[in-house]
Design a protein around this ligand. Structure first.
Ligand code: F6R
Length: 607
């Protein structure tokens, strides 16, 4: 949510680095963007509404500059427009900000009384003025940052330029992520690693309440007592290719095509010859007799799949909560509860707050995370990394699937511990697990078949998704995927719930996508599908090869998509693919901005 990048270096390359960095960070927000550079001792600010290419068109890329900061915005305070975009400048301070300042109105009042005049609707301009005011009083840059940190409430990471020092970038953070990357005779700041991957893979993580001064030769980091501290230098393991489109038209399509490898890379961390290896290679789950899963959006939907599997096979209760609700409600966890936080970015503000709440209740916490060393990964008692690599498209696909796989593996682990999976069953499961990447690749190869279904539904205003049990959880993800990138209104319904009101919305030709993969309740769902069909719905059935034998000649659907059958633990990983590819194609047929849907951002670091 908002991207920050900064450069200071001998090669006077700041504009080039800022633009490249902002392009890689665009998934964090793309309402507006801007840069501030040292232009012969004076700050030059160029901003633009819209995406980075609009900003780039306004720049003279020949300008040489040793130092600059840039920002791509996802608006929180004040509408997206050039005036509200960053960098902001007040007095001697130029600043970019990621996060939300919660007490900005109080600070604003105080600063207006002190004579400051504000030109924008943002909370960031207030922070800029506050830092200017404190600096005028202290004339000490580090102390200024510390004092500002003591006053500002909320989440933030700042990149700051002081007018009287064009050799150093200053930075500080509270809850919003920030890294300092290390190059040769040049150093960088960024809100995420992809921003600097073209230039270096060495970086330092700035922690909460730390401050840093960065110039072309060195980086100095200070703790909250302003004592200089040693920081570990990390090397980013992932390759640059992961963060590139590799010839695909959109990141979303590329990332769906990454799924076979992501699934393989994720499970091979734990299992090789024998499924029971999972018990030794994962944190010990034996002591828990109930589980809370807390997450947002698609990660929450992955949690719902996990709930179905863990409850059914491990035979323990699982409570799945939206992080934004969990953090403000009464929870009933105890020392036998494991609280699992699921997050691709590891920075989602509500999930992070939920983690901290769980830790305060003395329950053990386990993060299922993609981004290594992200806040939730670092603060959880234990972490399991999905191996999705950089996910750039705002709509998650490969990370969702890897989250589902990880929860399936947890369900298997706990089922083995509880004696609910026999040795023979374990052998069969392992065979299916090893087959998964090929099965997934086989479904992706059938894209054209799903494109034809997309042609049938793309021109509609409303789409309904139906399913029961695990298929309902998948319906919710299918529905979210469709609406977030194609802007078609869509709803997911538990099939049996329709006739309690919603069926009144079904008219002739209303598209209904019905998912039937569970042979324990298929007949129940089919009778619900018949109810919508009888009211004129246009039904696309998604089912398995096994169930297709039963329904091959039926007339309760207009078309069908048949996915290979596998065991119940892994079936969702096959069933979700046509839904992901369908959403992609529908959005494409409607001409929408697939990787950067309106109003959204990849990493939601504000509440
Ligand atoms: C939807 C989507 C979001 C995220 C949600 C949680 O396609 O990507 O719903 O799943 O914002 O994000 P993470 O997993 O980073 O916590």
């Amino acid at each position: 949510m908002c991207g920050i990048v900064g450069y200071v270096g001998k090669n006077n390359n700041s504009l080039h680095v800022l633009i490249e960095g902002l392009k890689s960070l665009e998934y964090r927000g793309y309402d507006s963007a801007g840069v501030a550079i040292n232009d012969n001792g004076k700050i030059k600010i160029i901003k633009s509404e819209g995406n980075i290419s609009k900003l780039e068109n306004k720049l003279n890329m020949d300008i040489k500059s040793n130092l600059g900061i840039g920002h791509t915005r996802w608006a929180t305070h004040g509408k997206p427009c050039e005036n509200n975009s960053h960098p902001h400048r007040v007095g001697k301070i130029t600043l970019v900000h990621n996060g939300i300042i919660e007490n900005y109105e109080k600070i604003k009042k105080y600063l207006i009384d002190c004579g400051y005049i504000f030109k924008t609707d943002t909370d960031t301009e207030i922070a800029c003025a506050l830092i200017d005011k404190i600096y005028n009083e202290t004339n000490d840059k580090l102390l200024t940052m510390k004092k500002a940190n003591e006053i500002i409430e909320g989440s933030f990471a700042f990149g700051i330029i002081f007018d009287d020092d064009m050799e150093n970038i200053y930075t500080m953070r509270k809850d919003s992520p920030l890294i300092i990357a290390l190059g040769e005779n040049e150093n960088y700041i960024a809100s995420d690693v992809p921003a600097i991957l073209k230039f270096t893979n060495k970086y330092i993580l700035l922690e909460k309440d730390e401050y840093a001064i960065i110039n072309e030769k060195e980086v100095k980091v200070y703790d909250n007592n302003l004592k200089e501290i040693e920081k570990q230098v990390n090397t980013y393991e992932g390759s640059m290719e992961v963060a590139m489109k590799n010839g695909y038209e959109h990141f979303m399509l590329k990332e769906i095509n990454d799924e076979p490898k992501v699934i393989l890379d994720t499970y091979k961390q734990f299992v090789n010859n024998d499924l029971s290896e999972i018990i030794d290679n994962m944190p010990d789950l034996s002591k828990y007799d109930n589980i809370d899963i807390v997450a947002c959006g698609s990660a929450y939907h992955a949690g719902l799949v996990g709930k179905s599997l863990i409850e059914e096979y491990a035979n323990i209760p699982v409570n799945v909560e939206l992080a934004s609700e969990y953090r403000y409600k009464k929870n009933f966890c105890n020392e036998k509860t494991l609280t699992i936080l699921v997050s691709q970015s590891g920075e989602t503000a509500d999930t992070l707050a939920a983690l901290r709440k769980a830790k305060n209740s003395n329950t053990d916490t386990l993060g299922i995370i993609n981004v290594v060393s992200s806040s939730i990964a670092r603060e959880s008692d234990n972490v399991l990394y999905i191996k999705a690599g950089a996910e750039i498209s705002v709509a998650t696909t490969k990370a969702y699937s890897a989250q589902v796989l990880m929860l399936s593996l947890i369900a298997i682990n706990k089922s083995i511990i509880n004696g609910n999976i026999s040795k023979d069953e374990a052998k069969d499961l392992l065979k299916d697990l090893k087959k998964l990447p090929d099965d997934i690749a086989g479904i992706i190869d059938r894209k054209e078949e799903f494109d034809k279904v997309a042609e049938q539904i793309y021109d509609n205003d409303d789409v309904f998704f139906l399913g029961r049990g695990i298929d309902y959880a998948l319906s919710m993800e299918g529905s979210l995927k469709l609406k977030e990138i194609s802007y078609i209104h869509s709803e997911a319904y538990a099939a049996g719930e329709l006739k309690h009101g919603t069926i009144s919305l079904i008219e002739t030709k209303t598209p209904v996508i019905a998912i039937v993969t569970d042979d324990k309740i298929d007949e129940k769902t089919v009778s619900n599908i018949k109810e919508v069909k009888a009211r004129g719905a246009d039904v696309t059935l998604i089912t398995t090869e096994e169930l297709n034998k039963k329904y091959d000649k039926s007339d309760f659907y207009d078309r069908k998509i048949v996915v290979p059958s596998t065991n119940r633990f892994f079936q969702p990983l096959l069933t979700i693919l046509p839904l992901q590819l369908l959403s992609y194609e529908v959005a494409k047929l409607r001409g929408e901005s697939i990787d950067q849907p309106r109003n959204l951002a990849k990493s939601v670091t504000v509440e």
